[in-house]
Ligand binder design. Structure first.
Ligand code: S3P
Length: 174
């Protein structure tokens, strides 16, 4: 048994895959954005608006510290917010506390998905989504790879195909 952690850019499907995988194996599941929203009693959008990005990043790091030192999802699945691996400390914690899988989508696929869903995401609100995806991916691509134990490319794959690959990774890790 063990903890499998899904990282990747916004719109890559981390939460969807995580929820399905946890359901199939009857494992516990946590989505860091949802956990932070629950603890703060407001949406990610509202947290960014009221307190700014750095405050949100601190909440992410605190959550990760708590997760790593606890039994939360110890045998389970954790989906991360897309920016979680940006901080060096977070990448170190991630490596320590589970098997990290980078759910990798091409920029084209991400742009296509995110153009329709930018309003719920503070980093994309009011931005040119294509340009923002490019600039964030330029900055993050290496960091996702740095934190990852496995890379799973999802372009052209059906949901069940991705979940099957995740199952194999999870089984290998137990
Ligand atoms: C962010 C991704 C979001 C959320 C926040 C910041 C990012 O999560 O944590 O809006 O920096 O990429 P999703 O990847 O689940 O959209």
């Amino acid at each position: 048994m063990g903890r499998i952690i899904l990282e990747g850019f916004m719109g890559s499907g981390k939460s969807t895959y995580g929820r399905i995988l946890s359901g199939e194996f009857l494992l516990s599941f946590a989505d860091t954005d949802k956990e932070i929203e629950k603890a703060e009693g407001c949406s990610i959008n509202a947290i960014f608006e009221k307190h700014g990005e750095e405050y949100f990043r601190d909440l992410e790091t605190s959550y990760l510290r708590k997760l790593c030192g606890s039994d939360i999802c110890k045998d389970g699945v954790v989906s991360l917010g897309g920016g979680m691996p940006v901080r060096e400390e977070n990448r170190r914690l991630l490596r320590e506390c589970g098997t990290v899988v980078y759910i990798r989508a091409s920029r084209e696929l991400l742009k296509e998905r995110l153009r329709e869903r930018s309003s719920k995401r503070p980093l994309l609100k009011g931005e040119n989504v294509d340009e923002k995806v490019d600039s964030l991916m330029d900055a993050r691509e290496e960091l996702y790879l740095d934190a990852a134990d496995h890379v799973l490319d999802i372009d052209g794959k059906e949901i069940y195909e991705v979940v099957n690959k995740l199952k194999m990774i999870y089984n290998r890790g137990r």
